[in-house]
Design a protein around this ligand. Structure first.
Ligand code: AMP
Ligand code: GLY
Length: 422
């Protein structure tokens, strides 16, 4: 069958890498793709938010399954549009995708069904938001309600910082309409882990655990980014904790979705903070995580096309999703200045020196006359597997050392987990 993947990052590159391993996959297209994806798929120049353009392409190219990477087309209702045209598509419909479009909606859903999460208070004007700071201690978390490309969460150490955050989001509108409403939230101190789940409307199957590094600098310092590295599995999530997450978080989410008559299909990314052994939900994303997907796709044993078809058809079963008994690590190579301003167009050298022990997924690259050049803040994802996390980490960093471009920046502590488990 012909497949279409929507998106242009390392997540989409990793999905295509895995989808292509399926005997069910014939032609594979990516809209719009990037310099690395172009080496393994046919890139088509349609933006990820051009829903009509994508739908027309799927119709004219006999696409048997479309897979959506980013949140924006999902929140805009790409699944509803494709389904109304009789096209098969992997992802939640607009009603379900609204969880990522509004942090407040997620909080209300979690509270209604008594699913553990941080205490919060919402406000739709700055004065009210500042007044509600009295209800919290510090640090406190200020979240823009709407979509903010990973920049909508501000952790504030004191009242001055919190007021500054509220004013920048609500008055100066630094995140546009995403900041019309804010959620002020209790800061949860603990160990973070992500549980991505496949859902077919009726069955929920958690994927293997993974851990993202959100901050830009080593030792988790500096501002939040889209993610600077990942590893899987997360050894902190042992069997006992996995069971607790299923019982206290995932089972209640599935039954709440059913009670709300939400026919959730696709991936639900449940971000968790483990506070003194107890899991609490930080956020929902309605899609695969980036860069969590990069390590998960290195470890997924099963046929991804088959899983996705079973999800869309409502036929998902436990044995559909199996994992290699190994570990994988992803190190993100970024452009100097990210997550702030950065330069583009820098020639990337050394990709040909990376041998088979690592896999390079492209995040922000483009093809130019000079070869592959940087075209984004997060540029490359250097990923490797190993029999355990330490071997995977060494393999990944060995490959990192071979690649270079002007202004290259990466964290040196990805998967040095012994420093972080508490
Ligand atoms: P979110 O988009 O809600 O996941 O937030 C992005 C990141 O901010 C999370 O992955 C956490 O690292 C951090 N974060 C969000 N909410 C909280 C909270 N209540 N307490 C501590 N950290 C948080
Ligand atoms: N890595 C976090 C995310 O995909 O939202």
């Amino acid at each position: 069958m012909n497949l279409l993947v929507v998106g242009s990052g390392g997540r989409e590159h990793a999905l295509i890498y895995k989808l292509k391993q399926s005997p069910l996959c014939e032609e594979i297209y990516c809209a719009p793709g990037n310099g690395g994806i172009a080496q393994i798929a046919t890139c088509v120049d349609i933006a990820a938010d051009d829903l009509n353009g994508l739908c027309e392409f799927a119709q004219t190219h006999q696409i048997g399954l479309t897979v959506v990477g980013p949140e924006v087309p999902l929140v805009d209702g790409i699944v509803d549009l494709f389904e109304s045209e009789g096209l098969k598509i992997f992802g939640p419909n607009k009603e379900c995708a609204a969880f990522e479009g509004s942090k407040l909606l997620t909080k209300q859903f979690l509270m209604k069904y008594h699913i553990p999460t941080a205490h919060y208070k919402e406000s739709s004007n700055a004065q009210d938001a500042i007044a509600s700071l009295e209800l919290f201690s510090y640090p406190v978390v200020v979240k823009a309600d709407g979509l903010a490309a990973g920049k909508g969460v501000l952790i504030c150490e004191n009242r001055e910082e919190a007021i500054e955050a509220i004013e920048s989001v609500m008055v100066e509108k630094t995140l546009g309409d995403a900041g019309n409403t804010v959620v002020i939230e209790e800061f949860l101190d603990g160990v973070e882990t992500s549980t991505l789940c496949f859902l077919d409307g009726n069955t929920l199957i958690p994927m293997s655990s993974s851990k993202d590094y959100k901050r830009i600098f080593d030792n988790d310092e500096g501002p939040n980014t889209g993610g600077m590295g990942t590893y899987s599995p997360n050894p902190f999530v042992d069997e006992k904790l996995s069971e607790k997450i299923e019982k206290k978080i995932l089972d209640p989410i599935l039954s709440a979705l059913k009670q709300e008559k939400l026919n959730y299909k696709g991936v639900l990314y449940v971000g968790l903070m483990i506070v003194q052994g107890e899991p609490k939900v930080l956020e929902f994303n309605v899609r695969f995580g980036d860069p969590e997907t990069q390590v998960l796709m290195l470890r997924l044993k099963s046929d991804l096309v088959k899983i996705m078809l079973n999800v869309t058809d409502g036929l998902l079963e436990d044995h559909d999703v199996e994992w290699e008994d190994n570990a994988a690590v992803c190190v993100v190579l970024a452009s100097a200045g990210y997550p702030g301003k950065y330069q583009k167009g820098k020639v990337i050298k050394g990709l040909d020196k990376v041998d088979g022990t690592a896999v390079v997924f492209h995040a922000g690259t483009a093809l130019s006359e000079e070869g592959i050049v940087t075209s984004g803040g997060r540029v490359l994802n250097i990923c490797a597997s190993g029999s355990d996390l330490e071997e995977a980490r060494l393999n990944a960093y060995a490959a990192v050392g071979k690649v270079n471009f002007d202004g290259i920046y990466y964290r040196s502590d990805i998967a040095r987990i012994y420093e972080k488990t508490k």
